[in-house]
Design a protein around this ligand. Structure first.
Ligand SMILES: [Zn+2]
Length: 246
């Protein structure tokens, strides 16, 4: 899928999120699994990464991806000498032709672009990262390192598990209510459901992004079988958000 918000910038920017189709992995990774750490045959994953690079038209040797650890560590990328960034959940660059990738299966792939300073970021915003403010922390790095104005930054939140499916236990629901407010927990049929998209939206707005500059994909990974979902499937693959300055 692609984001409407980035469409006017297509000449300067590539950004898209893959789905699970068109790859070579067998079940339960069928078929376009991009992640090496989930138990899939590495030969299939490497083949899938070549397929994705061709589909999204980037050079695999320039691709930067993360060993995502649900941290709030943000790393600035200056070249493509090291493709895998250890212990990190957000990567930022102002360099052209260096695609940044985030891998997910329910967590939010958050893609950021400042068209004024020409800076991009790929962010892994799961529950822990969101609670730790990974989105706003990435925006801070864009401000401090590159002089970005948050009012210029565009944000796309890709397919992820929504409140229709993201049931959480009472302990976590309580923590969310106390730390962030009632707005992010939906109660129904005796269960509590977390709205991670609205929490990210609000935190990004508080960081200075404009409402009209934030797009949330309505696609829920646990509802939509076109995407991998850890919640629905347990052992499964990962799809990817990729962003690149041209
Ligand atoms: Zn759902």
């Amino acid at each position: 899928m692609t984001f409407e918000i980035f469409k006017p910038h297509e000449e300067q920017l590539f950004c898209a999120v893959s789905d699970r189709h068109g790859g070579v992995s067998p079940a339960p990774y069928d078929t376009l699994n991009i992640a090496l750490h989930v138990g899939d045959d590495p030969k299939n994953v490497l083949r899938n990464r070549i397929i994705l690079a061709a589909k999204f038209d980037y050079l695999s040797e320039n691709l930067i991806f993360m060993e995502q650890t649900h941290s709030t560590n943000v790393v600035v990328i200056e070249d493509a000498a090291t493709n895998k960034i250890e212990n990190c959940d957000a990567i930022v660059t102002d360099r052209p032709n260096i695609p940044l990738m985030v891998m997910v299966a329910d967590c939010i792939p958050l893609m950021l672009y400042d068209p004024v300073k020409r800076v991009i970021a790929a962010v892994h915003a799961g529950r822990n990262g969101t609670f730790g403010d990974i989105g706003p922390k990435t925006v801070s790095v864009m401000q401090e390192r590159f002089g970005c104005d948050p009012a210029d930054i565009l944000a796309g939140l890709g397919p992820s598990i929504h409140a229709c499916c993201y049931e959480v236990g009472e302990d976590l629901a309580d923590i969310t209510l106390k730390s962030f407010g009632e707005r992010y927990i939906r109660k129904r049929e005796g269960g509590s459901y977390l709205d991670l998209q609205t929490l990210n939206f609000d935190r990004l707005r508080q960081a200075g992004l404009k409402t009209e500059n934030i797009e949330i994909s309505p696609l829920c990974t646990a509802c939509e079988s076109d995407f991998f979902s850890y919640r629905r499937e347990g052992t499964t693959g990962r799809f990817a958000g990729v962003i690149k300055l041209r």
